[in-house]
Design a protein around this ligand. Structure first.
Ligand SMILES: [Zn+2]
Length: 89
């Protein structure tokens, strides 16, 4: 219970839509150079799944999903992140 209130107090200072961990992860993974590894796995964007299973386990898009999603003109990264990573949901 104490941990929950501590987290709540920390979240008051967060200015972004996603929690800092998710923001950092998306920033880091979208700037990696090895995006072309996507051919080795099958990404299902609708169900938020990849055959590498990282997306299902972490609820954050894996590098294969990022490579696929990144091909869109203006990817909305927060739509591919689970609600657990949002500050105000
Ligand atoms: Zn993957």
């Amino acid at each position: 219970m104490e941990q929950r209130s501590t987290r709540k107090m920390m979240s008051i200072t967060w200015q972004r839509e996603l929690v800092p961990h998710a923001e950092d992860y998306i920033r880091e993974i979208t700037t990696r150079k090895e995006h072309m590894l996507v051919r080795q796995h099958i990404v299902d964007v609708e169900s938020k799944e990849c055959t590498c299973r990282i997306w299902q386990l972490t609820r954050l898009p894996c590098i294969h999903a990022v490579a696929f999603i990144g091909m869109k003109e203006h990817p909305l990264w927060h739509t591919y992140v689970h609600d657990l990573y949002f500050v105000y949901r």
